[in-house]
Design a protein around this ligand. Structure first.
Ligand SMILES: O=c1ccn([C@@H]2O[C@H](COP(=O)(O)OP(=O)(O)O)[C@@H](O)[C@H]2O)c(=O)[nH]1
Length: 334
């Protein structure tokens, strides 16, 4: 019996979906997993026979009874993904749906696709979900798969020699303000440094715009100090859509991979982890986030940095992925 993971190719190198899938693959490859490369492309007018041959090629190395983790979605559309799943069922594989993103919940205009996604998820033997909240949400939408494993945090692997974060009353945000517009309308005392590719015609005068960095450059910069800020798509938590409360934030793991203390909103699916481990502040508004940083002492910060080392070690070395991998195999065998 072999174990396979699908892995995404063909998106720009700045795509977080691509980074996340590729990083998962880098971890499980070390565990002997076989890679099923999936190309992201415009498949709209692909003739049926060609699509079928393409998929047979992708699945050439899969034998009857193997275990296949499908990193979902492939971003080629639900029909494409569903078709691949049907081929995997024909091969009588044990199917693990590793749910990274749920497009019908991400964008309101896609909600109509929910029954199609649930139908596909229900073909699997086990689902890996970002959080308990997401599992219960999907069950409320019709998910019937009983076996599930919670991912909890993204890994972000590297073997860089980083700095030890130093106390500085500054916040850092690594993400595209087009998805987080309130970030560049920053109204608070604590300086906010934003890592993103600047877009022409956008006013960045209220923040310190740092430009785009590669993963390595970003981690090195982050590890110098300050606090990593996670916030949802709305400034006010009351306006926040459910999705950010159910999925897990990639930027949160980026900060933690660099050993940086964080400030997160109280609705974040894994805010309890930050609170329990003492590796940052949990805030109910951006105003409070600002105040918590302003009131923080050097000793308090040093303690958070000390505690963050443990989570940083796990994230850097891929342990959240290794854990979900082992938990899934154990659960499939029950
Ligand atoms: O200069 C930059 C800015 C961002 N990023 C990456 O892009 C991610 C942003 O992800 P996103 O905003 O989608 O995260 P989420 O919404 O899940 O918090 C960061 O965490 C980094 O890993 C990067 O590599 N270089």
């Amino acid at each position: 019996m072999k174990i396979h993971f699908t892995n995404l190719f063909g998106q720009p190198s700045q795509s977080v979906a691509l980074m996340a899938q590729n990083d998962i693959m880098n971890v499980v490859r070390e565990l002997g997993v076989n890679e099923l490369g999936i190309y992201f492309y415009d498949q709209t007018n692909e003739p049926d026979g060609e699509l079928s041959s393409r998929m047979d090629g992708i699945l050439a190395g899969v034998a009857f009874g193997d275990i296949v983790f499908v990193q979902s979605p492939s971003w080629n559309g639900i029909e494409w993904d569903n078709r691949l799943v049907d081929k995997l069922k024909l091969l009588q594989t044990k199917l693990v749906m590793f749910i990274h993103d749920v497009p019908p919940l991400m964008f309101e205009s896609n909600y109509y696709l929910m029954p199609a996604y649930i139908e596909m998820y229900n073909k699997s033997d086990l689902v890996v979900v970002p959080s308990e909240q997401m599992y219960h949400r999907l069950v409320s939408e019709g998910l019937t798969v009983k076996k599930y494993v919670v991912q909890k945090l993204w890994d972000l692997t590297h073997s860089l020699e980083l700095y030890t974060p130093q106390f500085e009353k500054k916040l850092i945000f690594s993400g595209n303000p087009s998805r987080f517009p309130h970030i560049i309308d920053w109204k608070y005392d604590t300086p906010l440094h934003v890592y993103t590719e600047p877009v022409e015609g956008v006013d960045y005068s209220k923040v310190h715009i740092e430009g785009w960095r590669t993963k390595q450059e970003l981690l090195l910069e982050l590890s110098k100090g300050g606090f990593g800020l996670v916030w949802g798509n709305s400034e006010n938590p009351e306006d926040e859509r459910d999705y950010y409360k159910e999925n897990i934030s990639y930027k949160l793991s980026t900060y933690l991979s660099a050993g940086l203390p964080v400030v997160v909103p109280d609705y974040l699916s894994n805010a309890d982890y930050i609170r329990e481990k003492g590796i940052g502040f949990v805030a109910s508004s951006l105003e409070e986030a600002n105040r918590l940083v302003q009131d923080c002492t050097e000793e308090e910060y040093a303690q958070m940095v000390q505690k963050a080392q443990y989570t940083s070690y796990l994230i850097r070395n891929g342990y959240f992925t290794k854990k979900l991998f082992i938990d899934s195999i154990v659960a499939l065998g029950k």
